[in-house]
Write a protein of this length. Structure first.
Length: 219
């Protein structure tokens, strides 16, 4: 699809290079599931602590870190999913940074727990992008646009599945759905066997507030 398509920040059109949790843009066509609060680790249930951890991650682009601020109150522009993707010491976190107004996916990351800390082991900062856990694998979805596509109508949707092998995510399947076809069907595409680049990230302490601090803050 190379020359045919351009996956970009649809709010500003193809060719835009700015990233971050901007507040404009159309609603995404792909839904991102929020993890069940019963099964999710504590940091997934604390938006402020999660946003703080992502902002402290030097492997996250400066634009995303600077724009990751509350939309209102303690409502941060993020969506999360959790699952066993990497056989770490606890559930892996899939963190989607989005826009405030409509949930447009700006970036997707996977954080793996090792010795009580989280390490960024996957990053996709090519919006519009959405990550989720699908049957023990990482699914990354991109909406795809031709240069002359209206922002509300992408040409199609690309879906990539990754599996964890030898300390990295490796692409195991790839498909593309052409929304312009009279009867859109998912079309498999060639799959790369090269591992996805692993971010140069140091383990991060989740820095969750203590129960005592939480009670004091509530007062």
């Amino acid at each position: 699809m190379g020359a045919l398509t351009c996956a970009c920040v649809v709010a500003t059109g193809c060719g835009a290079t700015e990233t971050g949790a901007r507040k404009e843009g159309p609603a995404p066509s792909a839904s991102v599931r929020r993890s069940s609060t019963a099964a999710a680790p504590a940091i997934a249930r604390d938006p402020r602590a999660l946003a703080t951890m992502v902002r402290r991650d030097s492997s996250v682009s400066q634009g995303v870190r600077e724009d990751l601020t509350p939309c209102a109150g303690n409502d941060y522009p993020m969506a999360t999913d959790t699952g066993d993707l990497t056989e770490g010491d606890g559930p892996d976190l899939v963190v989607n940074v989005t826009t405030c107004g409509d949930g447009l996916g700006v970036a997707a990351y996977v954080y793996r727990m090792v010795n009580g800390k989280y390490q960024n082991v996957f990053a996709d900062e090519r919006p519009p992008v959405y990550g989720s856990v699908e049957d023990g694998q990482l699914q990354i979805i991109h909406e795809v646009y031709k240069v002359d596509d209206p922002v509300s109508y992408p040409t199609g949707q690309e879906s990539v599945l990754y599996a964890w092998r030898d300390g990295r995510f490796v692409q195991v399947s790839r498909s593309y759905a052409d929304f312009g076809a009279s009867t859109p069907t998912v079309r498999p595409e060639p799959t790369s066997t090269d591992p996805a680049p692993r971010p140069d990230s140091d383990p991060l302490d989740p820095d969750l507030p203590t129960p005592t601090a939480s009670v004091a803050a509530a007062r």
